[in-house]
Design a protein around this ligand. Structure first.
Ligand SMILES: C[S@@+](CC[C@H](N)C(=O)[O-])C[C@H]1O[C@@H](n2cnc3c(N)ncnc32)[C@H](O)[C@@H]1O
Length: 542
């Protein structure tokens, strides 16, 4: 049976269930507090730069704690109506003055959850600023601590400071021995996959077996292996020496699925897959046995048994009940995992309920494009733009559909208007180039394509370079076209086969058939399923 917090997560559509396995763990931690008038602070409301997006987890907490006062903070402005028990404030998780104000007006907090930037230095700093202000018995949870291992977030496998997992492992190792309030006020550190909770009062699972702290790591491994699923083992006393090192290795390896994303050859503790929870206290450690193999959201695998079970639970809950946020979130996961067709029923359901979420429109437009239903794309994009007038993506969808239906003039007006507010949007510039080309305005088409190259980020440059190369080739500027297409074809990424195909065509017009064949062969090798490339290669060879 599904726990009540996970059910709320599914209904409201937060990724704390499904893409992550957090809510069953949160329920273990928070169930005893559920009916109390707790004050909860969550760092990170969600939705990033879009003021109208986010708030799913705040709605979940609001409904899970019926007496609770819920506060969300985000560095971005948010305009969300979540009812009188929820406040959303704007500010950064490392702004000491802002946090002091939040604590003074909405705290002291019984629960704090850090689901903000996930940058290691921020995670450590926010803990330092907020933990000392918490109410007696408070619980502080850092979520997504797998970024401790991700270079992009300032993480590393050797846990160089500042590093969230390294920092909290250090706190755990010093419990009872350090007067620093960041350590002294911690009764217990709990470790789950991707999460670390610090408790001012220990709430730990009952142990089925106890061993003493002079046990060897090998004997501990044997005792742990003898546990049944869900059972816990208590190490009485403080681990020292080799046993302390073994516990630290376990503390790190709980995130083995995440570590494998960046360090596939890392050697980790051998029992990580069966260790679902570690509780560390000054006078002992509790290890809980249970499946710990949930996929990383950075490499989500819907066929992994726990993930597949979670998706089946989402389906079952949403068949019974749910809200727009829940349906959209689930449709998004289905689309990402199984393709657009898999989400059709849910998108139809959202259409019937006149959904308004950005993601709904993105998914519904994608499906209509797949159906080659231009009229439906236009209808959806027009409605989306009436709600989100500044959205460049919806403008692109509408203008592209109009262009395909001989509505070039309206498409041009739309794109030009959108470019007036976002003049550096590469895709809008490319579409304007296409509109000009279709209207026979070759110079103008080249001008806009050049501008698209100028504004493009390095990792997205292959597309505008290819477009510009094709236009120049059409105008007979073969040398420049070849140079640009060679540059585009050499860039890594999904667009390389298209660039090679375009390069091959120009080489053919130059009469260099062997080079044209070689480029076409490379395109086919990179995209063997694209029939057009194979046909082109066959024609060249024939
Ligand atoms: C993963 S989302 C939060 C999701 C949300 N808690 C949920 O579960 O539905 C992360 C959010 O943190 C915000 N954020 C990023 N850096 C921040 C910072 N320095 N301070 C506060 N919020 C930040 C982002 O704008 C984004 O909306």
């Amino acid at each position: 049976m599904i726990d009540p917090l996970s059910e709320l997560a599914i209904r409201h559509g937060t990724d704390k269930f499904g893409l992550h396995d957090y809510t069953p763990r949160y329920h273990q931690l928070f169930a005893p507090l559920r009916d109390r008038p707790i004050r909860l602070l969550e760092i990170g409301v969600g939705g990033y730069q879009d003021a109208d997006r986010g708030g799913q987890s705040l709605a979940m907490w609001r409904d899970y704690f019926p007496q609770g006062q819920i506060t969300g903070i985000d560095i971005q402005t948010k305009a969300l109506a979540l009812g009188p028990r929820v406040a959303v404030l704007r500010g950064s998780q490392i702004d000491a003055d802002f946090l002091a104000e939040v604590v003074a007006t909405r705290g002291p907090f019984d629960i704090i959850i850090d689901d903000g930037s996930h940058r290691n230095e921020h995670v450590v700093e926010s803990y330092g600023l907020l933990f000392p202000t918490m109410a007696a018995g408070g619980l502080y949870v850092a979520e997504d601590v797998q970024t401790a291992f991700f270079p992009r977030f300032g993480g590393s496998l050797d846990l160089e400071a500042p590093n969230s997992v390294g920092y909290f492992a250090e706190i755990a190792a010093r419990l009872g021995q350090d007067a620093d309030p960041l350590v002294a006020d911690v009764a217990c550190v709990t470790r789950f996959h991707n999460m670390i909770a610090l408790h001012k009062v220990a709430r730990i699972p009952d142990a089925t077996r106890t061993v003493v702290a002079d046990i060897t790591p090998a004997a501990l491994a044997e005792a742990f292996a003898a546990l049944a699923e869900g059972e816990s083992l208590r190490i009485a006393g403080r681990p020292e020496g080799a046993l302390a090192a073994d516990i630290r290795a376990r503390f790190i390896a709980v995130d083995h699925r995440e570590i494998a994303v960046h360090f596939p050859r890392a050697t980790l503790h051998g029992q990580a897959r069966d260790l679902c929870r570690i509780d560390l206290m000054a006078d002992g450690v509790v290890l809980t046995r249970g499946a710990n193999d949930y996929p990383s959201n950075f490499a989500f695998d819907a066929t992994q048994p726990q993930a597949a079970a979670a998706l089946a639970q989402m389906e079952a809950v949403l068949r019974e009940t749910g809200e727009e946020g829940g349906f959209v979130h689930y449709a998004g996961i289905l689309t990402a995992q199984y393709g657009r067709e898999a989400a059709r029923d849910w998108i139809d359901r959202l259409t019937a309920m006149e959904a308004r979420a950005r993601l709904y429109f993105q998914l519904a437009i994608g499906l209509a494009q797949r159906d080659k239903d231009g009229a439906q794309v236009q209808a959806l994009a027009r409605r989306a733009l009436s709600i989100y007038p500044a959205d460049a993506g919806f403008t692109l969808s509408l203008a592209t559909a109009l262009l395909a239906a001989d509505g070039g003039a309206e498409a041009r007006a739309l794109v030009e208007a959108a470019l007036a507010s976002t003049p550096r949007d590469m895709n809008l510039l490319l579409l304007l180039s296409r509109i000009a080309s279709q209207a026979g305005e070759a110079d103008s088409a080249i001008l806009h394509a050049r501008r698209a190259v100028e504004v493009s980020a390095a990792q997205r440059r292959a597309k505008p370079l290819t477009r510009l190369g094709e236009l120049l080739a059409k105008q007979g500027a073969h040398d420049e076209a070849l140079r640009l297409l060679r540059e585009a074809a050499a860039l890594p990424g999904q667009f390389a086969p298209r660039s090679l195909r375009a390069l091959s065509a120009v080489l053919k017009t130059q009469g260099d058939i062997p080079a044209a064949v070689a480029a076409a062969e490379k395109a086919v090798a990179l995209a063997p399923d694209t029939r057009e490339f194979q046909n082109w290669l066959n024609a060249l060879r024939g």
